[in-house]
Write a protein of this length. Structure first.
Length: 222
């Protein structure tokens, strides 16, 4: 069980590293736009939680760059990229998912497009070199939405995301080391509590052989 927990944790780490790289897009003049900088990771919720509707209404939207999030006000906003909050029913409704995103960059404009069965969402990332972010949402139809995000992090190369992770090569080395340690420790425990069944494993056979060889040498010296 302990080994499975370690392997699962390493698997999650690898998936995080792989998914992170898909959120970095090449734009002009060798610059990159890192969508992770306009999102919260590790299920912290959406970075933009109260995107106001242009129409006079108490309803609002939420959006998170790169990382999925969930809201627990009716289970209708799960693994989301964006959700719509209905203030009358007091629930959030899923309108976009991260795995459907498409990125385009044209003449200084960065655009994220999401298309699912829940609707069509276009997010316009507007470069604004100020400390405060501004957001606004517009709904063209019952299932067509547009978000406008103005932020310094929407400027290519302006913001940098700190992953605090390690390279894939190091992760592979860690997996190998953990596997070997688990195999050795498991073998020691196996021999300790079930020595009669050690012949079922080559590694255990080798360990038993070394133990018997040591005993034979000692008998010959005596």
């Amino acid at each position: 069980m302990f080994h499975l927990t370690i392997y699962y944790s390493l698997y999650i780490l690898i998936q995080t590293v792989v998914s992170d790289s898909t959120c970095i897009y090449d734009v002009e003049n060798g610059l990159q736009l890192d969508i992770r900088t306009v999102g919260f990771a590790n299920e912290k919720g959406p970075k933009y939680n109260q995107i106001i509707h242009t129409n006079p209404t108490t309803n609002s939207f939420s959006w998170n760059g790169c990382f999925s999030y969930s809201k627990f006000d009716g289970d209708n906003c799960s693994n989301a990229a964006a959700c719509y909050f209905d203030s009358i029913k007091n629930i959030s409704i899923l309108i976009a998912e991260q795995d459907t995103v498409q990125f385009t960059y044209n003449q200084g404009s960065s655009i994220l497009s999401y298309e699912t069965s829940h609707g069509y969402l276009t997010v316009f990332l507007i470069c604004r070199d100020t400390d405060d972010d501004t957001t606004i949402a517009h709904q063209d139809d019952t299932n067509i939405y547009k978000f406008y995000i103005e932020s310094r992090c929407c400027c290519p190369g302006m913001c940098h995301y700190s992953t605090h992770t390690i390279s894939r090569f190091i992760i592979i080395i860690i997996i190998i080391v953990v596997f070997l340690l688990g195999y050795i420790i498991g073998g020691i425990i196996f021999l300790r509590y079930k020595p009669k069944e050690s012949n079922r494993c080559m590694c255990f056979n080798f360990m038993s052989y070394m133990q018997n060889r040591y005993i034979v040498i000692n008998d010959q010296e005596i």
